[in-house]
Design a protein around this ligand. Structure first.
Ligand code: PMP
Length: 457
């Protein structure tokens, strides 16, 4: 019987089993590497790498541009791109040169001293995103954490509000969802929560201004932390007027607004903030802006920076709970400068977005001709398909449309034919190196998968 996803479950299960065994049979070296990693917890460098559709992960041997080659010699068109960390493409030449220059020629990976690159990157981020003052971290998670601490301190309010089924990294305050009774509750999988998340956080559905106002009216929310479009539970785009409404309500209730642009940076060279004329008080970003070298950053508005500076009681220099030894290190900043100056440029974004449009149009056509009740969303250089039509309008709806078996089947089917999608998603990201031929290859394989799923038995 077809389910909500529109596919026959028995046929899906049989196809998935076939694809999994073909995946394993053709990857003996990846399988052996995984089996032999006795002293890695979960046999992987980080436990989330066990989120893979085929029983063991593909081991990368090399990666350049939009291509990745595994230990068994299979080459893939990489639409995962390190879930955005490699949005600039793998090892772009200007980043390799800048990092080599810093490490080998100049010398010094980490010195606890500023380099001139940091000021250049701060100025460039200010130009692109419109926020004048910047600090650096090594991950987007830490950029969020540290900005949250600043906003709690400066506002004197205890709570952070996020959207249901958001993702902002392993930020304790963000692991909350709207429960069936309409109230906030801990998100499933919130491992070792330090405290009941409802004491630190509030939650509202994306695209729900009435729900947001109800929560802000308590007067205890220091900041709303949000992505301008949800990107981690499928892409959920903002309804017309929603983001302007969020800004108006946050101002009315004296709450700071943080835009996490770690993924929505795909919307353009200045992220969704520049593309859609948004005015956050804080902007956080990470992953991609140093071409794959670890970095995070947060930008502050002038009035927020002034308010922080005026607070002589805040220890921002010594013990303040904000900062890390390797944050702002010379290698991160050299890589960020090269990425922003020479790789993720305005021209590059124009090309990436055009490639993504081609990806979205093609997938939409294939879904329509297979008569599947699925939908496609594009956010600049990023495209995602969901097993629901019309497209979900908030995180809870999007979570409800998940079909893990179908998603895993598509991931393995595509991987077996040389296409990598982002795990946890049906998401495809275009780098400056991604070509229309790469997109055409995806469509060819995707069409075969749909034919096997829905065509005559
Ligand atoms: N913010 C957003 C919007 C993200 O998607 C992610 C990671 N997927 C993060 C923050 C955290 O990034 P990291 O794990 O690199 O700290």
């Amino acid at each position: 019987m077809p389910t909500d996803s529109g596919v026959d479950r028995a046929r899906l299960a049989a196809l998935f089993a076939r694809e999994r065994s073909s995946f394993a049979a053709r990857r003996p070296r990846s399988a052996a590497a995984h089996a032999g990693a006795d002293h890695l917890f979960g046999r992987v460098p980080m436990t989330w790498m066990n989120k893979n559709a085929a029983g063991f992960p593909i081991y990368a041997a090399s990666a350049r541009g939009a291509r990745l080659t595994d230990l068994d010699g299979h080459t893939y068109v990489d639409f995962c791109l390190g879930d955005t960390g490699a949005m600039a493409g793998h090892s772009p030449a200007p980043v390799v040169e800048a990092v080599t220059r810093q490490l080998a020629d100049a010398g010094g990976a980490t010195t606890m001293l500023p380099t001139e690159d940091a000021a250049w990157v701060g100025a460039e981020l200010a130009r692109r995103f419109g926020l004048p003052y910047w600090s650096f971290a090594l991950t987007a998670t830490d950029a969020n954490r540290w900005a949250i601490r600043l906003l709690r301190a400066v506002s004197g309010r205890p709570k952070i509000l996020v959207n249901s089924y958001c993702y902002h990294g392993s930020v304790d305050e963000s692991l909350i969802v709207v429960g069936p009774d309409g109230h906030g509750m801990s998100r499933e999988g919130n491992v070792g929560a330090p405290t009941d998340v409802t004491t630190t956080s509030r939650v509202a559905e994306f695209n729900d201004l009435a729900g947001l106002e109800r929560e802000l009216a308590h007067g205890d929310v220091a900041a709303v932390l949000m992505e301008p479009a949800l990107t981690n539970i499928g892409i959920v785009l903002p309804a017309p007027g929603y983001l302007a409404g969020v800004r108006e309500l946050t101002r009315r209730y004296g709450t700071y607004l943080m835009n996490d642009e770690t993924h929505t940076f795909s919307a353009g060279p200045g992220g969704a903030t520049a593309a859609w004329g948004l005015e956050p008080d804080v902007l956080t970003i990470g992953k991609s802006i140093a071409g794959g070298i670890p970095i995070g950053a947060y930008g502050l508005s002038a009035s927020l920076a002034d308010a922080l500076t005026a607070r002589a009681d805040l220890d921002l220099v010594d013990m303040g709970g904000v900062g890390g030894t390797l944050a702002g290190n010379p290698v991160s900043l050299a890589a960020a400068r090269a990425t922003l100056e020479s790789v993720l440029t305005e021209e590059a974004f124009a090309g990436m977005i055009a490639t993504a449009a081609e990806f979205a149009t093609g997938v939409r056509k294939l879904i329509e001709s297979a008569r599947l009740p699925w939908s496609v969303a594009q956010l600049g250089a990023r495209v995602e398909y969901r097993f629901a039509d019309p497209a979900p309008v908030n995180g809870t709806e999007s979570a409800a449309s998940a079909d893990p078996e179908l998603e895993d089947f598509l991931h393995v089917y595509l991987a077996n034919r040389g296409i990598l999608l982002t795990p946890f998603h049906n998401m495809a990201l275009m780098s400056p190196a991604t070509t229309l031929d790469d997109v055409a290859r995806h469509h060819e394989v995707f069409a075969e998968a749909l034919a096997e799923l829905t065509g005559p038995a």
